[in-house]
Every structure is written in C-alpha cells, then in structure tokens.
Design a binder for this molecule. Structure first.
Ligand SMILES: [Mn+2]
Length: 309
C-alpha cells in the first residue's frame, strides 16, 4: 500500500511542502508514497499557492478520509489536527517540530521530532542522513517553509539548524536572495483586499484544548498593521462569532513582522485571565505585545500557564 503523507488541517506552507518532501524522500528510498493535504487546491492559502507556483511544484491532492490507509504525518501529531478517519488509519511515520500530540500506534514507527523552527529543517537532515539528493523543486518548497515558519529567522522558534538548512537548500533551489523570496511570500500571505474577515481569521487558525476549555488562536502576519485598518472591525466581529460557537476564548494575533510585535485581539469569558497571561491590559479589546511573533512558542505557552495545563 502506498503511504499517504499529510500535514495538519488548515495547512500552512510547511505542512504542504513537508508532505511533498517526505513523499519524495520515501520515494528516493524505494517506498511508494504520495503527498496529500486536508483541503482542495482551490482552498490553499495564498502564500503556499505562490510558493508552489514559483518552484513548479504540484499541489498535493485532497485527502478526505484516512480510514484504513497507511499514513505518514508531517508537521503535527495531534488527532484533532488530522484528517477524518485518522483514528482507524495505520500511522507509519511522524516527522514534526511541535510538542508531541496524542497520536498513538500499535507497532513501532519512524518518529522524528526536533525542537527546530520548521519540519522542513528536520526533513533536510533526513535527506542527508539517507543519502538521497533533494530535487530542486522540492528544495525550493522546503526553503520557503523554513523562511515562513521562522519568519525569515526572526521568530524565537528559529534555531541555528534552520539557518544551516536554508544555506544548503537555497543553493539546491537556485535562490540567490532569500529576503526577496520571503518578501514575495509575505506579500502574498498578507494580502487582505477583498478577502472576507472570517477567511482571514481562519487563514492560520488553531483550536486548543486547555484544561477542558476550547481556545482558538488565529494569526495574521502582516507587513504593517495599516493593511488591516480598514477591515479591523469586521475581523473583531468574526472573532466574536467564532468565540460564540462554543469557545471559552478566541485570540487573533495581528503580527507586524517588520515592527516585530503583535496586536492581540481578545474575546474571552475571562478577560482578566488573558490579561494575566500576557502581563498586559486590554485597550479597546486588544493589546500590543512587543516582541510577540510566535503562537507556538509565546502565545500558547502563556495561555497554558494560566489555564493550568
Ligand atoms: Mn511547521
């Protein structure tokens, strides 16, 4: 049975290109494998669409139901972030850079997780260790994923390993100026004109269970907060609607990548608790947090602290 390689729900560039890269690595090792994603190509986020186009990569196919399949997970190991039927699929591999999730298996599997900035960085090592050459187009995808996940090396999740990986991958991909590639991605990602507020909120959104409470955190990375000034009210309305749908708290991180900080929009049953989490007071429903860039390394751990997880 061919292995279906798939990243998390609501895929970002790392999830998409890591599925492509792990499938290519497995193919290079003589295993049948194919990349998938949990959405249709038409629904792919603008940044990933731009990356696939620039490097001539085919979008992974839509994986609707994992039941009965042999599955390799990239960029996540939480059941909640997987495709339907994952609990009755056979997970054969996990390659990730997040905290370990709740996926379990009946037999030993390839499990590779490292505390680096991007799954692409882990996969770059795996290619090297396996002695498999990285195809030029695949290297372009992995390179883009690392720049995206590490916010061009500015995120606190970025490690020396990520920089080393970029230095190698840019040569293979034939990219001279990675700043230019990053700006191309940022412009594609942060384009908000004509996009419905709810789509913007869900562009990069995750739900978390914190001590039995459902907490949603979305993030929009922007070249400037001016970009969303005109649609800010609609965004807050969208956050309120999602919060009303059975959640304790919904946060929207409006991250200014150039100023390196986040305007955090908060709708919560317990505003004081959220203020405590970030040591900041809300002004008109949001707070500016200098230096906040990473949901995974800053926002979520701060929340987990106050929710007692
Ligand atoms: Mn990632």
């Amino acid at each position: 049975m061919a292995i279906s390689v798939v990243g998390h729900a609501n895929p970002d560039t790392d999830s998409v290109t890591s599925a492509i890269a792990l499938a290519a690595l497995l193919n290079g090792q003589g295993q049948e494998a194919k990349a998938y994603m949990q959405i249709a190509e038409a629904d792919l986020n603008p940044e990933s669409t731009t990356v696939l186009k620039r490097f001539g990569l085919k979008a992974p196919e839509f994986l609707n139901d994992a039941a009965g399949k042999e599955i390799a997970l990239v960029d996540f190991s939480d059941l909640a972030q997987g495709p339907a039927g994952l609990d009755s699929a056979k997970v054969v591999a996990v390659v990730d850079h997040h905290k370990i999730g709740d996926v379990t298996t009946n037999s030993p599997i390839l499990f590779r997780a490292e505390p680096v900035g991007c799954t692409g960085t882990v996969l770059n090592k795996m290619f090297k260790e396996a002695g498999v050459a990285i195809p030029k187009d695949v290297a372009g995808g992995m390179l883009s994923a690392i720049l995206s996940d590490t916010v061009n090396f500015k995120s606190p999740t970025c490690t020396e390993d990520d920089k080393v990986a970029v230095a190698g991958l840019k040569v293979i991909a034939g990219v001279e100026d990675t700043d230019e590639l990053f700006m191309q991605m940022l412009k594609a990602k942060s384009a908000v004109d004509g996009v419905p507020a709810k789509d913007l909120l869900f562009r990069d959104y995750k739900d978390f269970d914190m001590n039995g409470k459902k907490i949603g955190v979305g993030q929009l990375e922007l070249a400037s907060l001016d970009q969303i000034a005109a649609c800010r009210e609609d965004l807050v309305k969208a956050v309120k609607e999602v919060k009303a749908d059975g959640r304790h708290t919904v946060l929207l991180m409006l991250t200014d990548v150039v100023k390196e900080g986040t305007d955090l929009v908060v709708i919560s049953d317990d505003v004081a608790l959220i203020e405590k989490a970030f040591g900041c007071k809300l002004v008109d429903g949001s707070m500016w947090i200098d230096g906040m860039m990473s949901r995974k390394k800053q926002t979520v751990p701060n929340l987990q602290d106050v929710f007692g997880c």
